[in-house]
Design a protein around this ligand. Structure first.
Ligand SMILES: Cc1cc2nc3c(=O)[nH]c(=O)nc-3n(C[C@H](O)[C@H](O)[C@H](O)COP(=O)(O)OP(=O)(O)OC[C@H]3O[C@@H](n4cnc5c(N)ncnc54)[C@H](O)[C@@H]3O)c2cc1C
Length: 439
């Protein structure tokens, strides 16, 4: 029985991106870290197009952009292309002047092969002395809001001073156990994706969409994870997919049919027998009160941001960085300081709400798109999102004043988007507002 008891400084639940990054930061801070992950060999990790703030966070883990490119873990992302079905294309690219003095902003970011990135992070994690346990947490013991121990499916009992929940959106372990309040944006969505060999991948992410007409947008991503391999994913509301499934279509048939509407993909689908597509479902959401006396939640277990924002990886790495600092700083006290924990809460929540509200109201839902056109709607979403991410990375708001000011800016922009959405809906033709999901 005694050999089944493990004692560590910190236990991290989940070895996805957020869990691995947290483990590495905590181990570097001199703490004894156990990371529990039941699916290390699983090949279906997704999330390949990175926002412009992500590379700096990867560098901090020991993975600079040049290394990721040289090791064939990543490709360059220099822009985002919106490709409409009528053939028109629009390029969202940061102005070259931003790269020059006095701004000196890095205008490139990356697409990553997530399986290879996970392998690279696992090596760093092991080098840092983190213990990786191939197991699943099955029970959490607690006294009021204090976590006292974990039990795993493999029969291990784990006791730590601190716990990090990085169990992802599907599990959201602590949020369920502590019944944390949550906020949702938009409908449940389904993503179906696969990989194809190509000879003409570009150094950018392409979003294929119909444009202004649909009441709620479905779309296809095209992401070159290697110079000759693209990831192609179809995203639609869950009820749309369910209706097709009820008519007898398989996931594979839905995926192929949706891709075949675009000439570039029609040829690929016909010429290549890709493996059965991968599928997942999610709902954009965030939990509140994601810290306790000796625990905090990071990554998608705390907040799920829509894939179209390309902000999930940035968020996971940010949470890991900030959450680990908080634990390392307060480790000697045995509990998280209330104010710093409350500020961590606010930043996680407000950033997630800002991105989810923006993408739902401005892009997915029809009123703004139909009023100003999909290309302009793209600008209305992209410019504030890009700028707020940039400000956040540069200013690193932390204390009461910095966090308060930054969150106020995020809230103002969110309210502006909601107001604009309301105005456009108010004055739009009834048919365009038929399907309402944004909350
Ligand atoms: C369809 C889709 C497309 C996306 N595209 C993008 C994109 O282009 N760009 C971008 O930046 N982001 C994207 N994202 C988001 C991005 O993938 C995630 O934000 C990122 O992977 C962070 O994940 P995480 O570590 O928080 O959770 P996960 O990667 O889900 O990791 C959680 C881990 O916890 C483990 N776990 C679960 N339960 C337990 C338990 N009980 N005990 C122990 N371990 C447990 C799981 O096995 C899993 O490995 C996308 C997401 C989706 C769904």
């Amino acid at each position: 029985m005694q050999e089944n008891l493990i004692r560590t400084d910190v236990t991290v639940i989940g070895g996805g991106l957020a869990g691995m990054a947290s483990s590495i930061h905590l181990a570097r801070a001199g703490l004894d870290v156990l990371c529990i992950e039941p699916a290390l060999e699983e090949g279906s990790v997704v999330g390949e197009s990175l926002d412009w703030s992500a590379p700096e966070l990867l560098r901090a883990l020991g993975l600079p952009m040049e290394h990721l490119i040289a090791e064939d873990i990543a490709t360059w992302k220099r822009h985002v292309v919106l490709q409409l079905w009528d053939g028109t294309a629009y390029d969202y690219v940061p102005g070259p002047w931003l790269g020059r003095s006095p701004w000196n902003i890095e205008l490139r970011t990356l697409h990553v092969d997530r399986a290879r990135l996970r392998n690279a992070l696992t090596m760093i994690l092991l080098q840092q002395g983190v213990t990786l346990l191939d197991d699943r947490v099955s029970a959490v013991d607690r006294e009021k809001r204090q976590v006292t121990a974990l039990t795993t499916q493999g029969g291990k009992r784990i006791s730590s001073s601190f716990y990090v929940d990085a169990s992802g959106f599907a599990a959201s372990l602590f949020s369920r156990i502590f019944q944390l309040p949550s906020h949702h944006y938009g409908p449940r969505k389904v993503a179906i994706w696969s990989y194809f060999d190509v000879s003409d991948a570009i150094e950018g992410t392409t979003l294929h969409a119909e444009g202004a007409r649909p009441p709620y947008m479905d779309w296809i991503w095209e992401i070159p994870i290697h110079p000759r391999t693209i990831s192609v994913g179809y995203v639609a509301p869950g009820e749309t997919i369910r209706a097709w499934r009820q008519q007898g279509s398989t996931i594979d048939e839905i995926y192929r049919e949706r891709l075949s509407r675009i000439p570039r993909f029609r040829a690929l689908v016909e010429s290549q027998q890709s493996a059965a597509p991968l599928v997942t479902s999610y709902r954009c959401s965030n939990y509140r009160n994601i810290t306790g006396p000796n625990w905090l939640v990071v990554g998608e277990a705390a907040a799920m941001v829509d894939p179209m924002t390309s902000n999930g990886v940035t968020a996971a790495l940010r949470h890991a960085d900030e959450g680990s600092r908080l634990i390392a700083r307060s480790f000697h006290r045995g509990r998280l300081p209330r104010l710093a924990a409350a500020m961590y809460n606010r930043r996680v929540i407000e950033l997630a709400r800002f991105f989810n509200c923006g993408i739902e109201k401005v892009i997915y839902d029809a009123p703004i798109r139909n009023a100003i056109g999909v290309v302009n709607a793209g600008e209305v979403y992209t410019i504030p999102a890009w700028l707020m991410n940039l400000f956040y990375s540069r200013m690193q708001p932390r204390g009461l004043f910095g966090t308060g000011l930054f969150c106020l800016a995020l809230q103002s922009l969110r309210f502006a988007a909601s107001f604009f959405h309301w105005l456009c809906r108010r004055f739009s033709k009834p048919s365009t507002a038929r399907m309402e999901f944004a909350s």
